[in-house]
Design a protein around this ligand. Structure first.
Ligand code: SAH
Length: 248
């Protein structure tokens, strides 16, 4: 027969570690995520997903470390804010994958004094990353509610160097042109001519050009003095389609 203290000893040996594990995991899983958690998740994202996949531009890495991506995703996806995925946002659109945002930003070869145009504001995350790097960002969004939400977000987060406009980005933003760089963050069936005309000589356009299949070619086009383009293929990507006039 076991005496009482041996029984208690056995209980502690056998079950106590399990109890502690269950308690800890329940506690940590159910507590609300803190800003420090997001900050360390963001650091890990930059180290393990962005740097490791070949993004080396320090200014781009710094911007990704700074922009709180969790404030640009829908609340049901909060726990995945720093995973390397595109995620659904309102109006059937998406917030781009962090690596692709980094790749497009790096490919645009930005300088602090640049003025940049983005077509497809969406969640506003890419524009916020740009705003960390350059002097002025202009972003056009065709879905009105997304444009309005983005405007509010920029105000709340203190991004005073971003201006959002609701409309079709196909014809660009003549009054603010020419731009040092133009990023199109929706899949285009062809190069939008009016946008090319708003690019400075030496300016870069980064865009996902449609292939025959479901994916697109991420391209960088650099405008030359004589109006011709130097075209560089970066990689294959999948974006939601650019809608509006470009499809006519
Ligand atoms: N840059 C975004 C990704 C947006 S997804 C981000 O960081 O989250 C593409 C966005 O392009 C969608 O919001 C879509 O509504 C918008 N879009 C599609 N066609 C457009 C057009 N012709 N002009 C402006 N925006 C457009």
């Amino acid at each position: 027969m076991m005496n009482g203290s041996r029984k208690t000893g056995l209980f502690f040996k056998a079950f106590f570690p399990t109890l502690i594990t269950v308690f800890c995991s329940t506690f940590f899983m159910s507590r609300p995520l803190l800003s420090a958690d997001f900050q360390s998740a963001r650091k890990e994202m930059v180290e393990n997903q962005i740097k490791r996949r070949g993004i080396h531009d320090k200014v781009v890495l710094q911007a990704l470390l700074k922009v709180p991506r969790h404030l640009f995703v829908e609340t049901e996806y909060l726990s995945r804010a720093y995973s390397d995925f595109a995620l659904p946002i309102k109006e059937n659109q998406t917030i781009s994958q962090p690596y692709i945002v980094a790749l497009m930003t790096q490919s645009a070869m930005l300088k602090a004094d640049d003025r940049v145009l983005e077509i497809g504001t969406g969640s506003a995350y890419q524009a916020a990353v740009l705003a960390e790097i350059v002097k002025e960002v202009y972003s056009i969004e065709i879905v009105e509610s997304l444009a309005r939400t983005a405007e509010i977000k920029f105000k709340e987060l203190g991004y005073n160097n971003v201006t959002v406009r609701h409309g079709d980005g196909y014809r660009g933003w003549q009054e603010k042109s020419p731009f040092d760089a133009i990023l199109i963050t929706a899949a285009t069936p062809k190069i939008p001519r009016p946008l090319l005309d708003q690019l400075k000589v030496g300016g870069r356009m980064v865009l996902p050009l449609e292939n025959t299949g479901a994916s697109q070619k991420l391209m960088v086009l650099t405008r030359q003095e004589d109006g011709s383009l130097i075209e560089k293929l970066i990689t294959g990507v999948v974006f939601v389609p650019m809608t509006g006039e470009i499809r006519q």
